[in-house]
Design a binder for this molecule. Structure first.
Ligand code: FAD
Ligand code: FES
Length: 265
């Protein structure tokens, strides 16, 4: 883990309503980042808010030493991020977390993301394409105007599908329904997902029904981000006899096999 107090903002642009893309110059972070990992950002130069905010790595350019993040403004911290201008320094910690497993056994993979949850999946899709994996990328959004541009994925050879809740673009329905259709007709080795909790619950159900290896990225409010404060605990199943235990989303996750995650009812 690395703290870069002098990372530099290269650009910070609104791309669709409430969603921004920020490019940050931080060569060490860019060279060591793995898909699914996140950075913990000090959003303010004052002590308020005190806690850093976790944001996934969306893309990286190793050669230029740049990482990108995609963030949605939902409160104080993410709103403060919008005020950063090119050449401002920004205090980031990372890359943190475990990242998505991606090995020889994963040749044909399906990625399903909801809303801003597509961020870590875009990084995964681009890396997987470089490794010559076949990638089906399903983006879910409320409507056409909240879809994130995915040109880079198409250029990289990924099959890109969209699903909108209101049917204004692509498939009319949830990305999970589109994923089910793919699983019915094609062999998929592994599913990866990130998005709102109701979506992840459905992904877990699909994973169990289809007996397909599935990894999900969990979101939890965080404190330290490095496994020390236990503020980000989530419940996971150990086995039938031992029941469940708690894991830290920041250090043991944020990626977990879907079948072990215990969601609150
Ligand atoms: C590993 C990880 C990766 C993430 N990656 C991204 C990303 O790539 N892009 C992005 O936009 N967001 C991402 N998030 C969520 C992001 O961290 C929160 O939206 C952010 O911390 C909210 O801070 P805030 O000060 O703006 O909002 P606050 O004022 O703290 O809260 C506003 C609202 O957001 C909810 N919230 C706060 N923190 C979280 C959280 N960690 N997870 C879910 N809901 C939260 C609160 O319950 C509240 O309803 C990620 C979270 C985790 C744990
Ligand atoms: S945020 Fe402190 S242990 Fe995870």
């Amino acid at each position: 883990m690395h703290i870069d107090t002098s990372a530099t903002v290269i650009s910070n642009k609104k791309i669709i309503p409430e969603h921004y893309k920020m490019e940050i110059y931080s060569p060490q972070t860019a060279s060591s980042a793995k898909p699914g990992q996140f950075i913990h950002i000090k959003t303010s130069r004052t002590t308020s808010p005190l806690l850093r905010r976790p944001i996934s790595i969306y893309m990286r350019d190793k050669k230029r030493g740049i990482i990108s993040i995609l963030y949605k403004t939902v409160g104080t911290g993410t709103s403060l991020l919008t005020e950063y201008k090119p050449e401002d320094t920004i205090d980031i910690m990372g890359p943190l977390g475990n990242g998505f497993p991606l090995g020889d056994e994963q040749n044909r993979i399906a990625l399903a993301g909801g809303g801003v949850g597509i961020a870590p999946l875009v990084f995964l899709a681009l890396e997987a394409s470089q490794l010559k994996k076949q990638v089906i990328f399903i983006q879910g959004a409320q409507c056409k105007t909240t879809l994130i541009e995915t040109r880079e994925l198409k250029d990289a050879g990924c099959i890109v599908e969209t699903a909108t809740d209101d049917g204004s673009a692509g498939f009319h329905g949830f990305p999970t329904e589109l994923l089910k259709k793919y699983l019915e007709k094609e062999r998929i080795d592994t599913v990866y997902s990130c998005g709102p909790t109701p979506m992840l619950k459905t992904i877990k159900k699909i994973s169990l029904e289809n007996k397909i290896q599935t990894y999900i990225s969990l979101e939890q409010k965080m404190g330290c981000g490095i496994g020390a404060c236990l503020g980000c605990a989530c419940r996971v199943l150990v086995n039938e006899s031992q029941g469940s235990t708690y894991k830290r989303v920041c250090a043991d996750g944020p990626i977990f096999p879907a079948e072990v995650v215990v969601f609150d009812e």
